[in-house]
Design a protein around this ligand. Sequence first.
Ligand code: ATR
Length: 277
Amino acid sequence: MMANRSADAESALYCVLGDPVAHSLSPVMHNRALAHHGLNAVYLAFRVTDIGAAIQGLRAMGIKGASITLPHKSRVMQYLDDIDPVAAEIGAVNTIINDNGRLIGKNSDVTGAVDALRAKTEPASKKILIVGAGGAARAIGYGVRNAGAQVTIANRTPETGVRLAADLEVDFLPLADLQQSRIDILINTTPVGMHPATAASPVPDDILSPEIVVMDIIYNPLETALLKAATRAGCRTIDGLAMFVNQGAQQFEWWTGRKAPLDNMRQAVIENLQEFK
Ligand code: ATR
């Protein structure tokens, strides 16, 4: 690993645009990766309310790339020059690449989720139950469906769940009917279990059995009540940093063309998660 160099007049700038971003872990993760490769670049967080103005700023200042987070993932699309087909289909951009002045919108959550799963289990032909029907569920559902999984969406509000299932051309299951379904992989995309209400779990513990792989996208805390119950039940688990780090790794590779140092990126995030332990 090369030493972190200080910024100078030739440094490239990358950033995350969102609101809020004060607690974003993207800067420590990406700066660790940039430093690992000795690249003359820095990554900063900007709290942005007017996303259109911020995109004009990216263009005016030649900023090389940006992560886009809540609440701008959909609204940002209209300001870009090109949207790749995956981002267009799910209707969300979380990555901008500045290709010599052309701003291209992509989505790294899709591959980030599939890569996180693949580190523990192959999704193809598996029965995957996704709990929740928000933006994260849409990106993950799209990714695992295209990876060949048999996907079912379960959601508290049936209309929202039915709509997402229809968009993805997958099944819908009312949350109350979970007991009847056979599952290979369960993925929680809801905020249930997130700090500070950490005792809550999105599904009853008794649906968990040892052959199920359980993934949570919450990383505060890293070991959610769901993952604790899964471990007790003998399941293999995938924590919320897996998707976060993998989507960041994909962004890093798109921006720099270098191999993302996954372990270093995860370590940088863990060092900065202290407050949640
Ligand atoms: P994101 O875009 O980050 O995925 P979101 O759009 O706010 O987040 O989606 C949150 C998901 O978590 C929704 O599916 C929501 O269910 P509803 O459609 O019924 O609102 C689900 N969710 C949030 N709080 C929940 C709770 N207490 N119990 C069950 N599901 C919950």
